[in-house]
Design a protein around this ligand. Structure first.
Ligand code: 5AD
Ligand code: SF4
Length: 458
């Protein structure tokens, strides 16, 4: 009997990485591999890695070191993703037990690389650089949630913000045709998916290679696919965020009223050093389009504190921007110098204590803003899609179109995961809402067997 081929995969990083892992799992299953839940059980151990900040990168090397002792059992180790692309063959020096290094822009070569590993090659790399025009398409994607799924519309990034490693790890911008994206959405709808998230480093930089649709048109078209109840998109870049995206939201109810629009800083002077290509006023103009929408669009953002040269006054401008916009969520980070990036030419001048202090001030202010914003939902009826049940708290967990977590109790029959329900909000918190089930809007016809699992580490 030939030995069974098994793999274990762990994923670090962003939603793009999570979805890449779903495609990698699909590709491996098609090559006859079975996914297992522990490193010990696996013949092939894969890490899909993130290098956005130094901490994320260090985590990967710690994890690799943890499992070095298992090498003697004949396991093969592979590093995928952004650290793979960034570090390349240097990974073999730091972690000699690794046999495979495959960058995010090279996944389409993965089946071939795996075959070479099986044939006994000791060390192999797949590291396309910014030359590639191709995207990663799989016949089978092992989606880890049976109701809510990702679709990549554009890979790579051409923006070269001064702090960011992504243009070097994910290659140049390349879009899929609108036809291929729409076909995937239709197929997913037929399989029972109702909620689709369009993915790309800059979704609004989408350029249909067949010149049929703009990003806003594609968004609207997916919102109109029969069976699809919700469509979201992430991430947006303010410079390419055009008014027709808001028009698509206004026209198509399935396009969710939530936009993640990373601002990074509220000071035009810092934005200039960051090479962001917009000013505070231009950013606020886009926010004004959304505030004028009848859809009550929820806004979230990313902020970096302590970028080289950031003065107290510049930091204060970021705080005042948070007050002015009123975000429903902010992901905030201390600046971390990254290899190859233009900001390395600027001294990392802000001491870590100052970065930490600014981060704490920002997060506390944002907590207050969110508490106040969420309070406005008190007494409202909100439609949620049910994602699970928290048996400790005796509450169902749902998500609103605005992407807010809604925990709720149900007096009658138990809600069905993947179903849509109206919940009356009875309590609010900075990071979630709580309420009671009122009505059933829609429930899925099919029930699903356990989907493939995806271990994601933050
Ligand atoms: N240091 C800190 N945060 C960063 N981000 C990107 N690069 C860096 C860096 N070098 C943040 C940005 C981005 C988010 C995904 O991560 O805010 O929007
Ligand atoms: Fe995602 Fe960027 Fe991390 Fe790569 S470096 S996994 S693109 S966040």
């Amino acid at each position: 009997m030939p030995e069974e081929k098994t793999f274990y995969l762990e994923t670090f990083g962003c939603q793009m990485n999570v979805h890449d892992s779903e495609k990698v799992i699909g590709a491996l299953m098609q090559q006859g591999y079975r996914q297992v839940q522990t490193v010990e059980d696996a013949g092939l151990v894969l890490y899909n890695t993130c290098s956005i900040r130094d901490k994320a990168e260090q985590k990967v090397f710690h994890r690799l070191a943890d499992f070095k002792k298992l090498q003697s059992q004949g396991k093969r180790f592979g590093v995928l993703g952004c650290v793979a692309q960034q570090e390349g063959a240097r990974i073999f020096e730091r972690a000699p037990h690794v046999s495979l290094v495959c960058g995010s822009a090279s996944y389409r070569n993965l089946p071939h690389l795996i075959e070479e590993l099986e044939a006994g090659t000791q060390r192999i790399t797949g590291l396309d650089d910014r030359q590639t025009d191709e995207t990663f398409e799989t016949e089978f994607t092992a989606r880890s949630n049976p109701y809510r799924g990702y679709i990549t519309i554009i890979e790579g990034c051409d923006k070269f913000c001064a702090y960011c490693v992504v243009p070097y790890t994910r290659g140049k911008e390349r879009s899929r045709t609108s036809d291929s994206v729409l076909r995937e959405a239709q197929r997913m709808a037929e399989q029972g998916f109702t909620d689709i998230q369009l993915l790309g480093q800059n979704v609004n930089s989408y350029r249909d290679p067949s010149h049929r649709m703009s990003f806003a048109e594609l968004l609207a078209a997916i919102g109109e696919v029969p069976g699809i109840r919700r469509v979201r998109f992430t991430t947006s870049h303010p410079r390419d965020f055009t008014r027709d995206i808001v028009d698509a939201m206004n026209a198509v109810p399935a396009v969710c009223n939530h936009v993640h629009l990373p601002v990074q800083s509220g000071a035009s002077s810092t934005l200039k050093r960051m090479l962001r290509e917009y000013t505070r006023d231009q950013y606020l103009e886009r926010i004004a389009w959304m505030k004028a929408s009848p859809r009550e669009i929820s806004l979230t953002t990313d902020v970096i504190v302590g970028f080289p040269g950031e003065t107290d006054a510049e930091f204060e401008e970021t705080i005042s921007l948070l007050d002015e916009v009123g975000y429903d969520g902010v992901f905030s980070f201390k600046y971390s110098p990254r290899p190859n990036t233009p900001a390395l030419n600027l001294p990392d001048s802000i001491p870590d204590e100052v970065k930490a202090q600014r981060l704490a001030i920002l997060q506390e202010r944002q907590r207050q803003i969110q508490a106040a914003r969420n309070r406005r939902h008190l007494g409202e009826n909100i439609e949620v899609m049910v994602e699970g049940y928290n048996s400790v708290r005796g509450q169902w967990i749902g998500r609103s179109a605005q992407n807010k977590t809604v925990n709720f109790v149900a007096a009658g029959a138990a809600p069905v995961p993947g179903g849509y329900y109206e919940v009356r909000i009875t309590a609010t918190f900075p990071n979630s809402l709580a309420g009671e089930l009122q009505n059933t809007s829609w429930v899925p016809e099919q029930t699903f067997t356990a989907p493939p699992t995806l271990r994601v580490l933050q």
